[in-house]
Ligand binder design. Structure first.
Ligand code: ANZ
Length: 803
């Protein structure tokens, strides 16, 4: 017998599969389609991570299983290649990001290929190529033409060290995610996508997808639908009324002050009346330095050293509570956000924690209006019966909301937390926004014939605070040449999330130069049937991709409304020491090394065997050795294979095998890869105990193992003198009759009454059952000193003893 030489075998088959186009999609339209997708990676200079391997192996097992199940499987791979790390590297070293990115991609491709993943490599895409970003720009223009893209001044997160705006999610505890510099708020002209036009669709679609519940909840919370009321508070001795948004109109009689967001536009109207204007202005300036996150934090000390819950009274003006006409003080405080609701709140310290804390600090009246709490302990946030509320006393919270809103002339109103998506970045390494300005400064979308609107190369990467593209002479000249003298180009680039919002469409038809994908290709492959990626994408990428899909549906390009029918997450692989793998800890496992030592099949199976796919789990090299031994055991089984072996196999073999077919099939469907592997281990142990193994049974085992360990199974398949690939074989089906349940619960009757039960395995004979039954404590109690007159055993069901 040859020895199991993974290096030789794996190289040999990877080459053959690629040459034979074994995994090409779209070659047999009679088969049903199955689109299986792992989130495409950012090709970082650090190379592939064992965490990538985890997710990609899962999609590969699923793809191979579906392919053997008779599907035309599309499983593609590409590169989310624009982004900051390459640009930051360019700033440090002067190397052009295109160069760094291409090197990183070549390395990633080589690493990924060494794992034997069944991708259709003819469909590879990179978001940084002009062929691809032409269509990213086309999408921008599609949205622009349909009033779904606009330019506006906005408060944005600004990192003064990176010299760019940051998305909310790029801000961690008030610091820039990359350089850890304090993020400030700036007022800037930026481009937005009108995602808020689709809020209800984005909520409702969540009912139709098969996604992890926690991800659905995160999406809902991010959208943040809230049903409440808008109520006006008159400002005493002025013509002005401030509108507040509240979800608790039932507590209106307890509103003892108003709070405006520091950015609230109405504040300047009262400049004359406010007697402490200087203090107010200073506070407004201070707040600009904080992020929303810091502002929302409830009174706890933040990592940046600032405490929450600050504010300043607007001395000299008062508001009138419309429910009881009482005068109440007005504050500005940063716990009220400018862009949520109306940017102003009625504060009810007795029933809102934040208000309670603020009221204590500023000595404001706390007035209880809902029964059920204990104000000495803090605010009571629950519902209950109204008190101290005039004619509404005795009414329940739920009914009172609408009644009180109507009583004071307010209106019921639904509000959302979701804001429009800020898509412009003052960076170089991204797709240029396809817009030019006429000499009057009015923006115009660039006509499609000029796409791709190329990213210029004559720029310096050093951040200066203005977009690098503004230095490009070539871009300026190009613009004037095409559009005329005095015309200027847009110099911002698109957020890289725009590139990844539509890439799954492109894989259906990656080389199309007339459309982002043809109607037929979209119809054939979309939507994605199975999508797999890290749980860190529970909000943004998935929300943006869903938004793009809804836009395309609305504009008649596609007939479906959700891009990813089923979604699964892979968990984080931690280092052996239980910490996150990180270069700075020196605990990173390099997939290349383990593939070299143990083989891709062992690494794939080991990662699948570590635990549940979605859990976080530490790396343990010892356990790969165990998997490697398992594969060697499978390798040695070939020695036992005989044409007609059934006579020497014992009866458990078939039962175990059919049970294994069922378990492995079910487990792949539900992504329970670790338990599928355990079952195959049981099966292999059963085989190993036999003198010989039936050839047909061995073939079934190899087919079950093929999606997990594609190389070794292909080699053994060939050694069984097959000429075709095992990966194109039909997936085995099990015979229900052959699956014997392994355990039975036996009821024990004594003189006709059930006294106890016990469990047996199926192959116990009557004598063994008798020994088990009569040795039971409970049975001995009844039979002690007596003679057993009768013992009846109803197979796998019942024991009846007569004494
Ligand atoms: C009075 C009140 C009394 C409130 C009470 C709550 C409890 P969700 O559910 O998140 O929508 N609020 C409104 N606009 C705000 C803003 N721009 N910044 C900060 N807070 C704001 O929360 C709605 C509640 O959050 C509103 O209801 C308001 O406080 C506050 F016993 O109004 B409530």
């Amino acid at each position: 017998m040859k020895s199991y030489d993974h290096k030789k075998i794996e190289k040999k088959w990877q080459k053959k599969w690629e040459e034979g186009g074994l995994y090409h999609a779209g070659e047999d339209s009679r088969k049903p389609k199955q689109y299986v997708l792992g989130m495409f990676p950012y090709p970082s200079g650090d190379g592939l991570h064992v965490g990538h391997v985890l997710g990609y192996t899962a999609t590969d097992i699923y793809s191979r299983y579906k392919r053997m199940g008779g599907f035309d499987v599309l499983q593609p791979m590409g590169w989310d290649a624009f982004g900051l790390p390459a640009e930051n590297y360019a700033i440090k070293t002067g190397t052009h990001p295109r160069e760094t990115t291409d090197t990183a991609i070549n390395n990633f491709r080589k690493q990924i290929k060494s794992l034997g993943l069944s991708y259709d490599w003819t469909r590879e895409i990179g978001t940084h190529t002009p062929e691809y970003y032409k269509w990213t720009q086309w999408f921008f223009l599609l949205l622009y033409k349909n009033n779904l893209a606009y330019k506006a001044r906005a408060h944005v997160n600004w990192c003064d060290s990176c010299k760019t705006v940051l998305a909310n999610e790029q801000v961690e505890n008030g610091l820039c995610e990359r350089c850890k510099n304090q993020v400030i708020q700036k007022d800037l002209e930026q481009w937005f996508f009108k995602i808020t036009d689709f809020t209800e669709d984005l909520i409702n679609g969540l009912d139709t997808v098969n996604w992890p519940q926690s991800t659905i909840i995160n999406q809902r919370n991010w959208i943040g639908k809230s049903e409440g009321s808008e109520i006006g508070f008159k400002i005493k001795d002025t013509k002005h009324t401030i509108q507040v948004f509240t979800t608790r109109a039932d507590t209106l009689f307890g509103a003892t002050y108003l709070v405006l967001a520091p950015e609230h536009e109405e504040i300047t109207h009262f400049k004359e009346q406010i007697t402490n204007w200087e203090e107010v202005e200073k506070y407004i300036e201070d707040v600009k330095k904080k992020t929303e996150l810091e502002r929302m934090a409830e009174g706890k000390d933040l990592p940046t050293g600032k405490a929450g819950k600050t504010g300043v009274p607007l001395k000299g003006i008062k508001a009138i509570n419309p429910a009881n006409s009482e005068e109440v003080p007005i504050f500005i405080a940063d716990y009220v956000l400018a862009h949520y609701g109306t940017g102003a709140i009625m504060a009810v310290p007795a029933h809102d924690e934040r208000d309670f804390e603020f009221a204590k600090k500023f000595n404001i009246t706390v007035k209880e209006v809902i029964q059920g709490g204990d104000l000495s302990k803090g605010a009571y946030m629950g519902s209950g019966t109204l008190i101290n509320s005039g004619t509404f006393n005795g009414v329940g919270s739920v009914d009172a909301k609408k009644a009180i809103t109507e009583f004071v002339g307010g209106k019921m109103k639904t509000t959302y937390k979701l804001r429009d998506w800020l898509i412009s970045r003052q960076r170089y390494w991204g797709a240029p926004i396809p817009v030019v300005y006429d000499p009057q400064g009015t923006p115009h979308g660039i006509p499609e014939e000029h796409l791709p609107w190329q990213l210029p190369t004559d720029v310096e990467f050093k951040p200066t605070g203005v977009s690098p593209l503004s230095q490009s002479k070539e871009l300026k000249d190009r613009t004037e040449k095409i559009f005329g003298k005095g015309w200027t180009p847009e110099v911002d680039t698109l957020d890289t999330f725009v590139c990844s919002s539509w890439y799954y469409f492109r894989f259906a038809d990656p080389h199309n130069s007339n459309a982002f994908a043809s109607k037929e290709a979209l119809k054939r492959f979309l939507p994605v049937d199975m999508y797999v990626g890290g749980a860190e994408h529970t909000v943004l990428h998935l929300l943006y991709a869903r938004f793009f899909t809804k836009v395309l549906h609305k504009l008649g390009y596609i007939s479906f409304t959700e891009p990813f029918a089923t979604l699964r997450h892979q968990g984080m692989i931690l280092a052996t020491d239980g910490r996150k793998m990180s270069k700075s800890f020196g605990n990173v496992v390099n997939p290349d090394d383990v593939v070299e030592t143990f083989g891709a099949d062992s690494v794939r199976m080991y990662e699948m065997f570590m635990g549940s796919l979605e859990d976080a789990k530490p790396w343990k090299t010892d356990n790969i050795i165990g998997i490697r031994r398992f594969l060697e055991k499978v390798w040695r089984l070939q020695l036992k294979v005989q044409e007609e072996a059934s006579k020497t196999e014992d009866s458990t073999v078939e039962a175990t095998l059919h049970k294994t077919i069922k378990k492995v099939s079910d487990d792949i469907e539900t992504f329970g890869f670790n338990t599928a592997i355990s079952q195959m281990m049981i099966c292999v142990n059963t085989f190993e105990k036999q003198g010989t193994i039936d050839r047909e049974n061995f073939k079934i085992l190899l087919k079950l193992l093929a999606p997990f360990a594609p190389h070794i199974t292909e080699e053994l398949w060939e050694m069984l003198e097959h000429t075709g690939s095992i990966h194109l074989e039909e997936w085995p089906t099990y015979d229900k009759k052959k699956i014997r349940d392994e355990t039975f619960v036996i009821a024990v009757q004594i003189n006709g009454k059930v006294r106890d039960t016990f469990e047996i395995s199926a192959d116990l004979d009557e004598e063994q059952v008798k020994v088990r039954a009569t040795s039971l404590e409970s049975v001995r109690k009844w039979t002690e000193g007596k003679e057993i007159k009768k013992f009846i055993y109803v197979k796998n069901k019942l024991v009846s003893i007569v004494v």
